[in-house]
Design a protein around this ligand. Structure first.
Ligand code: AP5
Length: 213
């Protein structure tokens, strides 16, 4: 099965993807994770991309499409399918994606900015595994420590309040328009109320896609 998940920053795309991956052995393809992995060196291009990320702006369509193409041009090594998180995010990306790839579902997470801000401000990440916590909703067993390794958790640079404000504006101006584009080019869009608990969001999706698994 091939699934694309679209939603504002902090709407739960990563959390949902990790649940579905655990359940169905999908591969989780997160363009945010791809870019963060890409900027571990200190080349001029990496530093430029790092700055874009930290401001909460989008990296260029060319770079991101190149990364996605390199991952998706041959999916024979991912027999159970994938969940694509964070792509497409602009109209050129959506036009390219829709014309090159067939998927089973586009899941669109609907959520208010108020909830997103609360979720992002409480988010903690274990950098090497990507495990996601929330200090209120899914706290680690030991404060600020990863459950499995005991290593320190971090807050993402782009999770600071002024960056989040920019990320939400970018989402509204560049990503919201792709939803109507995708809806008019595909009958596979599902809107999910992402204000619900993690379990309710997953159950809601399973009740729709589960029938065909
Ligand atoms: P990316 O990493 O994709 O960030 P994002 O879209 O801003 O999304 P987040 O990772 O912040 O949030 P999420 O929706 O995954 O929420 P999460 O599950 O963690 O992209 C980062 C950057 O990379 C972009 O800004 C851009 O620069 C670049 N980029 C990426 N893709 C690009 C593209 N296609 N084109 C150009 N540039 C691109 O959940 C958030 C918190 O809420 C967590 O603490 C979690 O525990 C909690 N939570 C989740 N669900 C629930 C729930 N139901 N109830 C209560 N708490 C919940």
């Amino acid at each position: 099965m091939k699934i694309v998940v679209i939603g504002p920053p902090g709407s739960g795309k990563g959390t949902l993807s990790k649940s579905l991956v655990k359940k169905f052995n999908f591969v989780h393809i997160s363009t945010g994770d791809m870019i963060r992995a890409h900027i571990t060196r200190a080349t001029p291009l990496d530093l430029e991309v790092k700055e874009i990320l930290e401001k909460g702006d989008l990296v260029s369509d060319e770079l991101i499409m190149e990364l996605v193409e390199a991952t998706l041009h041959d999916t024979s090594h991912i027999p159970n399918g994938y969940i694509l998180d964070g792509f497409p995010r602009t109209l050129p990306q959506a036009e390219w994606f829709v014309s090159h790839f067939e998927v089973d579902y586009y899941i669109i997470l609907d959520i208010s900015s108020k909830t997103v801000i609360e979720r992002i401000s409480g988010r903690r990440i274990h950098p090497s595994s990507g495990r996601i916590y929330h200090i209120k909703y899914t706290p680690p067993k030991v404060e600020e420590r990863d459950d499995e390794t005991g290593e320190a958790l971090i807050q993402r640079e782009d999770d600071l309040p002024d960056k989040v404000k920019n990320r939400l504006e970018v989402y509204k101006s560049l990503t919201t328009p792709i939803i109507s584009f995708i809806e008019s080019n595909s009958d596979k869009c599902i809107h999910i109320n992402a204000e619900q608990t993690e379990q309710a969001v997953v159950q809601n999706i399973l009740s729709i896609i589960g029938k065909t698994l």
